[in-house]
Design a protein around this ligand. Structure first.
Ligand code: SF4
Ligand code: SF4
Length: 108
């Protein structure tokens, strides 16, 4: 069991090397998994409306709102699952919430 770690599990890992039930016993392994491709909805930061009130970063269950020098940065889309909690918490409507399939339209 000791060599059956999350870091060693990939899409091609044979079943014999996967932990029972696919359970993960290590802490801090989420960084290694790009879970953002599960997302159907996408938060979009509207920087000009943002007051840097810092309400949103600690509410994100996936730690997908990076903070540097006491300021929030753009979303970590590799890990954001699109739950919408940050959208609800923002008092300044500085986070839009769009369908993932509409992201190209938004970027144009
Ligand atoms: S939508 Fe959810 S997972 Fe994504 S940044 Fe906002 S709170 Fe985090
Ligand atoms: S909650 Fe809204 S205004 Fe506050 S830091 Fe987040 S995006 Fe900016």
């Amino acid at each position: 069991m000791s060599n059956k770690t999350a870091k060693k599990m990939t899409t091609v890992t044979p079943w014999r090397e996967i932990t029972p039930g696919g359970a993960i016993y290590e802490a801090g392994n989420a960084e290694g998994y790009k879970t953002g491709d599960w997302r159907s909805m996408r938060p979009v930061w509207i920087e000009e409306k943002c007051t840097q009130c810092m309400l949103c970063p600690p509410t994100c269950p996936d730690t997908s709102i990076p903070v540097k020098d006491s300021k929030r940065l753009d979303f970590d889309y590799d890990h954001c699952k699109g739950c919408g909690v940050c959208v609800k918490i923002c008092p300044f409507k500085a986070i839009d919430f769009i369908k993932e399939e509409d992201k190209e339209e938004q970027e144009v």
